[in-house]
Design a protein around this ligand. Structure first.
Ligand code: CP3
Length: 339
């Protein structure tokens, strides 16, 4: 049965709730045998671009676990394809862009991105899932800096050397790229809200690769610009390695901050002020014995407190994780009561 004002919406609005709502980043994916079965028949991109398949995959974890929200099955890099990137997902390697952006001419040649025209699948998937699921659906997009990393370096990297070469050596070109990406992902988030997403998350996975000064100069204003284009639903902001950046995150004016596991969630709240937080269990803690998983879940909930906390992992579920362990963690959250 659908709730009038779902638990996740109340927590994202920084209200005091009876227990934290719970969803997990990458809750749909390769750790689930039913995902692998479907994936054996279709490429990842085909699944993302087919609303019926994407909806099926979005719903898979919701059939197994009492999550309080689904997250639309898609990928942060899809808008880049619409803007002209030759994007491929290579098993074992991850995403690759064959024609990386390196010059002012490359940035100028990017195509404008209109989400409804160029990438309708996530919105259609949200519509299907909103009909079919008992819980609300979240939307998402990649943050401008993280998108720029893939666009410029052309594939995943620890140090992002080409991105930083452009950032330091061609600052005007880099800024122009961030501006283009900020407007594109802002519009993508708004389209998902308009399609029925009850909240949206901006993933700035690689912002933690920046010094605090560079974060404030480049990534932060770009993400703020993207988030400012979105209204009508709470907006979450995620970054990995967030600890050194915490003192500045508030300037993003997001509605909730998703924390990785390297920060103490109680201490983070003191730095962030009175705003909702999400997180922050180490995904690898799901390899711990079940009673240790439960103990860690309780510790995070107790440290976060009853107001505006959404339980999640500090990063996405990985393919090596046992589906049973996910059930244990979710069960422990759902059994919590603040009263
Ligand atoms: O959370 C969800 O369940 C929704 C779906 C989702 C995916 N990717 C599906 C996916 C979301 C929210 C993402 C976000 C994403 N994608 C991020 C930001 C969050 C993060 O994890 O840091 C980034 C950086 C990407 C880019 C991306 N997509 C990478 C680096 C990879 C390969 C990594 C890997 O695990 O192989 C992908 C592929 C991808 N995106 C898969 C899934 C389920 C695996 C594809 C497959 O089945 O082969």
């Amino acid at each position: 049965m659908k709730q009038a004002r779902p638990l996740i919406v109340r927590a994202l609005s920084n209200e005091t709730v009876e227990r934290p709502p719970v969803w997990f980043m990458r809750q749909a994916g390769r750790y689930l045998p039913e995902y692998r079965a479907l994936r054996a028949e279709h490429s990842f991109l085909t699944m993302c671009h087919s609303p019926e398949l994407a909806a099926e995959v979005t719903l898979q974890p919701l059939r197994r676990y009492p999550f309080d929200a689904g997250i639309v099955f898609s990928d942060i890099l899809l808008p880049l394809e619409c803007m002209g990137a030759e994007l491929e997902y290579v098993p074992g390697t991850g995403p690759i862009i064959r024609n990386p952006v390196r010059t002012a001419a490359d940035v100028a040649a990017l195509k404008p991105f209109d989400p409804l025209r160029d990438l309708p699948s996530p919105m259609e998937t949200i519509r299907i899932c909103t009909q079919e699921a008992d819980v609300p659906i979240l939307g998402f997009a990649g943050a401008p800096f993280t998108m720029a990393c893939y666009m410029i370096d052309g594939q995943g990297s620890r140090n992002w050397p080409e991105t930083k070469r452009m950032m330091f050596g061609q600052p005007k070109v880099f800024q122009a790229l961030l501006d283009r990406l900020a407007d594109a992902v802002g519009d993508h988030l708004q389209a998902q809200v308009d399609a029925g997403a009850v909240g949206v998350q901006l993933f700035d996975t690689w912002a933690g690769a920046l010094s605090p000064d560079d974060f404030r100069r480049w990534a932060l204003p770009a993400s703020r610009r993207a988030l400012a284009r979105v209204s009508g639903a709470p907006r979450m902001f995620f970054t990995k390695d967030s600890a050194p950046l915490l003192p500045w995150l508030k300037a993003l004016e997001a509605d909730a901050y998703a924390l990785d596991w390297r920060v103490d969630i109680g201490a983070a709240r003191k730095l962030l002020g009175d705003v909702a937080v999400q997180g922050n269990m180490d995904p690898m803690a799901l390899h711990a014995p079940h009673d240790e998983i439960r103990r860690r879940v309780r510790k995070i909930i107790a440290a976060a407190g009853p107001k505006g906390h959404i339980f999640n992992l500090g990063h996405g579920l990985t393919p090596d994780i046992d589906p049973q362990a996910v059930g244990v963690a979710v069960d422990e959250v759902c059994g919590w009561s603040w009263s």
